[in-house]
Design a protein around this ligand. Structure first.
Ligand code: TYD
Length: 140
């Protein structure tokens, strides 16, 4: 299976009541990996493109807990999918070795990112041509 075929939207369980909403993202069940790292992105202007990398080892789930953004996912073989994130209880699952770009951030966008690994810059591929080469060489 091509890595991009594993990309999917996740509907997180919500336990809302009269006091408000509560969304659950439990590692290993709601999130398809153990969560090792959490970071969040906010204050990016709408014309900014973030990400622009692939990860050799890390899987991610991205959730716009406020506002909206878009995520473009490329497989390095000419296929791409664009997702819109605009619900606090809907995330996108990104497997390892897909190229991703986040853009079109709304002014109130808070993009929560859950990762399966601790941060390690050496597993980031930040050059698209290099990504395409690695995909080709490894038949990914
Ligand atoms: P970067 O990967 O460029 O962010 P994005 O892809 O989301 O636009 O990361 C920005 C900076 O933050 C870069 O110097 C690496 C650092 N960083 C960490 O130290 N730890 C982390 O977990 C992440 C995601 C980034």
């Amino acid at each position: 299976m091509n890595n991009i075929d594993q990309v999917r939207m996740l509907e997180l369980p919500e336990r809302g009541d009269e006091r408000g909403n509560l969304v659950i993202a439990e590692g290993g069940s709601d999130i398809p990996f153990d969560i090792q790292r959490v970071f969040y992105i906010y204050g990016s202007d709408p014309d900014i493109v973030r990400g622009c990398h692939a990860n050799r080892d890390s899987e991610f789930v991205l959730i716009n807990v406020a506002g909206s953004s878009k995520v473009k996912v490329l497989d390095g073989e000419g296929n791409e999918i664009i997702y819109i994130l605009n619900r606090p209880k809907t995330g996108i699952y990104l497997p390892k070795m897909v190229w991703k770009e986040m853009y079109d951030f709304s002014a109130d966008s808070v993009l929560l990112c859950l990762a399966s690994t601790h941060y390690n810059e050496s597993e980031y591929i930040r050059d698209f041509d290099e990504f395409v080469k690695i995909v080709k060489e490894n038949n990914l």
